[in-house]
Design a protein around this ligand. Sequence first.
Ligand code: F6P
Length: 355
Amino acid sequence: MKIGILTSGGDCAGLNAVIRAIGLYCFENIPGVEIVGIPDGYGGLIRGDSFRMSESDLGDILDRGGTVLGTSRQPFKRMTVEENGESRLERMCENYKKMGLDCLFTLGGAGTHKTAALLSFEGCNVIGLPKTIDNDIYGTDVTFGFQTAVEVVTDSLDRIKTTVASHRRTMLVEIMGNKAGWLTLHSGIAAGADMILIPEMPIDVDAVCEFVSSGRRDKPYNIIAVAEGAILASEAAYKKSERAFARAYMGETTITRHLAEVIGEKTGTETRYTVLGYLQRGGTPCAYDRLLCTRLGGFAAKLAKEGRFGVTAAVVGGKITFNALSDIAGKYKLVDPKGPAVACAKSLGIGFGTK
Ligand code: F6P
């Protein structure tokens, strides 16, 4: 059996731990198996690049951040567009055959899964694995890389707190997550943020300012955790492209700086903002992710051995299982504004910038 592995989309901690688990399971349980790594995500498959991986490539990568295979973003909407008489999808299918693959593992986020579903419809034997710090893949309780990012962001918020408290300021901290606010919500609660602003709950600026002005009973400063995809209530009716245009006119891509300015002006509080950026994706996976990645990788490799393809590994109710790619592709798991985590935070007085 010959298997290929690729990592696609934004990197995160735990990708190498999954590669290792898939590889070790296969070497241990599938006699004569050959494993190839495909560099740079779907980019490598489009080009037809691969390299043989041996056990010695896997031995030392459990705790290494990023991906030893390299990754790239290949927009889904361009996959079926013809370029020089052939689409990227067609080229990938051809290269899958040329490489003689019996199975392809695609480690990636929601976009990666959409392309994986296309490859599967075209007859390639694909098994997905749910990666992203955004935790927004449909059909799984959790994605690998998420918990590590929660630890990193929580630690960053803890550190920011000491300077904010010393100056009695209001600080907006921008956290990754374009469509989904999971990372902002979980790390915000874990770090004791005063307000949490997420894409799923459009922001009423007056409500934010009232919250800041009224002050907390317990302390004279405010930490506001803002997801990079947070939107103003006044933007909620816009399409994504219209919003991007309006933001570009303001000279912004995210709302954080603008919001800090308005809060400062309207409330008279000394207000600052900071963007955590790519630090959130870096570093070694936490123990939770190492365990999750090892379980998911081993499970996915077992699916390959059993000949079960067109699926993606998932965690449902704490159990490792799988979903059909066709059932989850194109869907997102978003924060429910009426769900338990938001309800608990609200019950403690944490604001969400809504009236
Ligand atoms: O998909 C994870 C993610 O980190 C998002 O939270 C963020 O919006 C995006 O990737 C950034 O992507 P890029 O690495 O392409 O700038």
